[in-house]
Design a protein around this ligand. Structure first.
Ligand code: ATP
Length: 370
């Protein structure tokens, strides 16, 4: 096939989405090369990380497609720009989402610069998002497959980087992607989707975190200050979570499950409530840190938008106001369960992803205020 569309470097993860992305770009007439990134150096001798197997799969796919595969180690950049921040967030009692930072700092920055060095103007990834140009400006749109849409993770990528990236599977549904891989005999056709934070893989989260942050045991208390148990460290707990509290059968309380409703960092206390739908688990409004707007600036119109406070959440209608500090304040039409500081609020206008910011403060629904 003769390339007519210029050179593009595809981020090859060894998964089916990037494999099919490379295939589609070849069919569209691009000169395609692959790049496998290693962003985490295992120095603990464990086999949790699937990087070796993933690289072998990426190599097999590139060989099948007849394209070169480059490899690069960005572990130092990842440590400095993503992992340090990840640990700092946990230290501050929040639950961070490192994949968002990884996209902004590594996949759509360091990778883009590396691609330039390889003589390519553009990169491509297997993310389920789409790009559309309006009034000469690129916009980030949700992927066609609502189940797979990954715009939540890409909201912090600036429009200049979006403009230089191709998202070949964004128009497809996942089953179509798998069918294409099968039809072209790509070894990744039935490989299962990766889950969780990439550098932690499938390993137990507690064991991983313990290597980097000292665990400080403390008490678990009710909102009224009754001590009902002990925790091994606030960082191991996420708002709204049920498991792992080790509480139950307390004399003065009904026999209902307990859920994490808050963290008192100063006193190192975990606050727990009973019942999955306790009002203290619901957030009515929130404020974010400074926003990353895809367009580099807030939308011309404030007001009614939709939001997600976690990946794969259905769109939640809300009212948005930009604050003087660059963050936003958002009030949800209906209170939302387990909105977690450290995770990101991402705003949408229909299919257009406007941007997002790390959730800083949350306020309970009025019925929970006392
Ligand atoms: N180690 C890596 N090296 C190069 N590119 C990567 C790597 N990891 C992820 N990517 C790029 O980022 C995209 C999204 O990564 P993510 O981890 O979300 O995987 P995914 O949606 O399961 O996709 P895939 O099926 O391609 O693994 C991938 O499709 C790929 O283009």
């Amino acid at each position: 096939m003769t390339a007519t569309q210029g050179k593009v470097i595809v981020g090859m993860s060894g998964g089916v989405d990037s494999s099919v992305s490379a295939l589609l770009l070849l069919e569209q007439g691009y000169e395609v090369e692959g790049l496998f990134m290693k962003n985490w150096d295992e120095d603990d001798g464990t086999e949790y990380c699937t990087a070796k197997a993933d690289l072998a799969d990426a190599e097999a796919v590139c060989a099948r497609l007849g394209i070169p595969l480059h490899t690069a180690n960005f572990a130092a950049e990842y440590w400095d720009s993503v992992f340090e921040h990840f640990l700092a967030e946990y230290r501050a009692g929040r639950t961070p989402n490192p994949d968002i930072l990884c996209n902004r700092e590594i996949k759509f920055k360091v990778f883009l610069e590396y691609a330039e060095m390889l003589g390519a103007e553009r990169i491509a990834t297997g993310h389920y998002v789409r790009e559309a140009v309006r009034n000469g400006r690129p916009r980030l749109l949700k992927g066609r497959d609502a189940n797979k849409d990954q715009s939540y993770f890409l909201h912090a990528v600036p429009e200049a980087a979006i403009a230089r990236t191709l998202f070949p599977v964004g128009e497809l549904e996942k089953p179509e992607v798998r069918a294409l891989a099968e039809r072209h005999d790509l070894v990744t056709a039935s490989k299962k989707d990766s889950t969780g934070i990439c550098f932690i893989g499938e390993r137990r989260f507690r064991d991983f975190l313990k290597q980097y942050l000292p665990a400080q045991p403390g008490t678990i208390e009710t909102p009224d200050g009754d001590v009902i148990g002990e925790h091994m460290g606030l960082m191991y707990h996420t708002l709204g979570q049920r498991q792992g509290l080790g509480i139950g059968g307390l004399a003065d309380y009904p026999d209902a499950p307990w859920y994490v409703a808050g963290k008192d960092l100063e006193r190192n206390v975990l606050i727990a409530v009973q019942g999955k739908h306790h009002p203290l688990l619901y957030t009515d409004s929130l404020a974010t840190e400074a926003m990353d707007w895809v367009a580099g600036e807030p939308p011309a119109r404030e007001g009614r938008l939709t939001a997600k406070t976690r990946y794969r959440q259905a769109d939640v209608p809300c009212q948005m106001r930009v604050n003087a500090d660059g963050g936003v304040e958002v009030r949800f039409d209906a209170p939302q369960r387990a909105v977690t500081p450290g995770q990101s609020l991402v705003l949408y206008d229909g299919d257009v992803c406007l941007g997002g910011g790390v959730i800083r403060d949350t306020w309970n629904a009025p019925e929970a205020r006392r």
